[in-house]
Write a protein of this length. Structure first.
Length: 482
C-alpha cells in the first residue's frame, strides 16, 4: 500500500522550504513565480496537486507558486481562461484542460467564446514539442494519447498528467461481506447489468442499503449512462453511436432498437438509487454515501477513479475498506480520459511553466500525483510497486495489450452537455411500482420520451449541422432547454 505521508496544508500562495535543493535554484533561472490554474479543489484531488507543487518547489527552491484553483467543472474553468484570453487579460502561466484530445483544435484555432468572439482565428497556445523531446515523453507515454494532442500543424501543445478510468465501480467491502446474496452464497460485485439488476440490487435492498449512490449533477449521471451503454450494447455500437453515425431516424431502426434497450437498462438502474439527489449533491457528496452509517448509506458508486483519491483522503484504505473494479459488462475495456496542461501564448513566465510541467511529467511527479489522485500514471516506465495493489491491478489492465482503450468523448462537447441536461429529467424520482406490468409500462414510457428528445438533437449536437427545428438543441443554445 502507498505509504506517502500527508502533506502540509495548502494556501493560495505556497512557499515551501528548500529541501533536496539543486545547485541551481529557480530564482537563479529567473523563474520567480508561476501562476497555475486548475479546478482541483475537492478532497483527494487537492492533495494530489499539492504533492506536485511541493515537489516543484523543492526542485526549484526560491520560487513562488500561485495556485489559482477554482471550484467547478472543467468546462466552466476552461471557459474562464478562454474569456480572459479573448478579452486581452493576462492568462495564467499554465492551465489545466479537460483532456480527451478534443480541446486541441479549440485552442490552436481559437475563435474566442460565445460572449467574446475572436476573429480571425489564432493559436492561443505555445508548442511543447521541446518538452516532450527533453523528457523522453514520446516513448514514455501511450501514443493513443500523445497523438490525440497533436494539432493540425503537427505540433503538440498539451502534456497529459494522468489517465482516469471512467468505467469504475466502487463498493463498500463491509456491506458486500455482511449482506447475504439472494439465492445463497457470497455477494460479489456484479459483472453484468443483468446480474446487477437481478441479484445485486435485491440482495442489497434486502439489507436496507441503497444499491447505487448518484450525484444530482447531470454530467455524473451521463457517466453512468456511458457505463450502461458500453456494458449492454458493446464496444462496436458505442463507437458508432459516439461518432455520430448511429441511425436514430425512427424508433424502429436497428440502431434505435439497441439504444432503446440500453436506455431501458439505465432507467432500471436509476430506479434503485438515493432519490433525493439534487444538483447540489456533487460527485464527492455521492461518494460519501458509501461511508455513511445512516439510513442513506449506499453500497456502490459508478464514477471516475478519482473517487479512490477521495476515499483515501477520508481515511479509507483501498482493498480493505473499499474496492474498485470495472463497471458491469465493461471488463476488458478501459473507458478513459485524462487531465493535461498547456501554456497560453500570453504566459508571463513560460519558462517557469515549462519547468512546472516538466516536474509534473517526471517519474517522481507521476508517482506523487497519481498516488493521491487515484488515477493511473500516464508514463508506462514507472516502478508499479510504488503504488498500492488496487492501483497496480488497474495499471496492469491499462497496459494489457488485450484491453480495448476507449476515449470518453460522450461526456464532452455539445452532445455530452445535451445528455447532462436530459438524463436528470429521465431518471425516476421514486422507487418503481411493485407490480411488474406497471413497472414495465413506466420504463417503456420513459424510454419513449427520452429517445424522442435524444433523436431530435443527436445529429445537430454531434455534427454542428442543425435545422431550424433543432433551435433548442445544446449546440445552438449552449444551455439546457427549458
Amino acid at each position: 500500500m502507498n505509504t506517502t505521508k500527508p502533506l502540509l496544508s495548502l494556501g493560495l500562495v505556497l512557499l515551501v522550504g528548500c529541501g533536496n535543493a539543486k545547485p541551481t535554484t529557480g530564482m537563479d533561472l529567473g523563474f520567480g513565480s508561476v501562476n497555475i490554474f486548475s479546478w482541483w479543489t475537492g478532497t483527494g484531488e487537492a492533495d494530489a496537486l499539492r504533492a506536485v507543487l511541493e515537489l516543484y518547489q523543492s526542485t526549484y527552491p526560491g520560487t513562488t507558486v500561485r495556485n489559482s484553483a477554482v471550484t467547478g467543472t472543467g468546462a466552466l474553468a476552461d471557459l474562464d481562461v478562454a474569456n480572459g484570453i479573448a478579452t486581452g487579460q493576462t492568462p495564467p502561466d499554465t492551465f489545466q484542460l479537460s483532456g480527451s484530445g478534443g480541446d486541441v483544435t479549440d485552442w490552436t484555432q481559437f475563435v474566442g467564446t460565445p460572449t467574446h468572439p475572436v476573429s480571425p482565428a489564432r493559436n492561443a497556445l505555445l508548442p511543447l514539442d521541446d518538452l516532450y523531446t527533453e523528457h523522453g515523453w514520446f516513448s514514455a507515454m501511450p501514443t493513443i494519447i500523445t497523438d490525440s494532442l497533436r494539432a493540425a500543424d503537427g505540433h503538440i501543445y498539451m502534456v497529459p498528467v494522468d489517465i482516469h478510468r471512467q468505467n469504475s465501480l466502487f463498493y463498500n467491502k463491509a456491506i458486500f461481506t455482511s449482506c447475504p446474496k439472494v439465492g445463497g452464497g457470497v455477494l460479489t460485485p456484479p459483472t453484468s447489468w443483468k446480474d446487477y439488476l437481478e441479484v445485486t440490487v435485491p440482495s442489497l435492498e434486502a439489507c436496507n442499503v441503497i444499491p447505487l449512490a448518484i450525484s444530482g449533477q447531470g454530467w455524473t449521471q451521463n457517466l453512468i449512462w456511458s457505463n450502461v451503454l458500453l456494458g449492454t450494447a458493446g464496444v462496436d455500437f458505442r463507437s458508432k453511436y459516439e461518432s455520430g453515425h448511429a441511425d436514430l431516424s425512427s424508433p424502429s431502426t436497428a440502431d434505435a432498437v439497441i439504444l432503446r434497450a440500453s436506455l431501458g437498462t439505465l432507467y432500471s438502474v436509476l430506479s434503485h438509487v438515493n432519490f433525493g439527489a439534487t444538483g447540489s449533491l456533487g460527485w464527492d457528496g455521492a461518494a460519501a454515501l458509501l461511508q455513511s452509517t445512516a439510513s442513506d448509506r449506499a453500497a456502490m458508486y459508478i464514477h471516475g477513479d478519482w473517487v479512490k483519491g477521495y476515499f483515501q483522503a477520508k481515511g479509507w484504505h483501498a482493498g480493505i475498506d473499499f474496492a474498485e473494479v470495472p463497471g458491469p459488462g465493461t471488463s476488458g475495456s478501459y473507458l478513459f480520459n485524462f487531465d493535461d496542461f498547456a501554456i497560453p501564448a500570453g504566459s508571463a513566465n513560460p519558462d517557469a511553466a515549462k519547468a512546472f510541467i516538466g516536474v509534473f511529467g517526471s517519474k517522481q511527479g507521476q508517482v506523487a500525483f497519481n498516488s493521491y489522485k487515484g488515477s493511473a500514471p500516464v508514463r508506462n516506465d514507472l516502478d508499479v510497486t510504488l503504488f498500492d495493489t488496487v492501483e497496480q491491478q488497474k495499471i496492469a489492465e491499462l497496459n494489457d495489450p488485450k484491453t480495448v482503450l476507449l476515449p470518453l468523448s460522450a461526456n464532452s462537447g455539445d452532445w455530452g452537455n445535451e445528455l447532462g441536461c436530459l438524463i436528470p429529467g429521465f431518471r425516476p424520482k421514486a422507487a418503481p411500482p411493485t407490480d411488474s406490468v406497471a413497472a414495465k409500462a413506466a420504463n417503456d414510457a420513459a424510454v419513449d420520451a427520452m429517445f424522442t428528445k435524444m433523436a431530435a438533437c443527436y445529429q445537430c449536437d454531434q455534427t454542428g449541422v442543425c435545422t431550424s427545428a433543432q433551435s433548442a438543441c445544446y449546440h445552438v443554445t449552449k444551455t439546457c432547454a427549458p
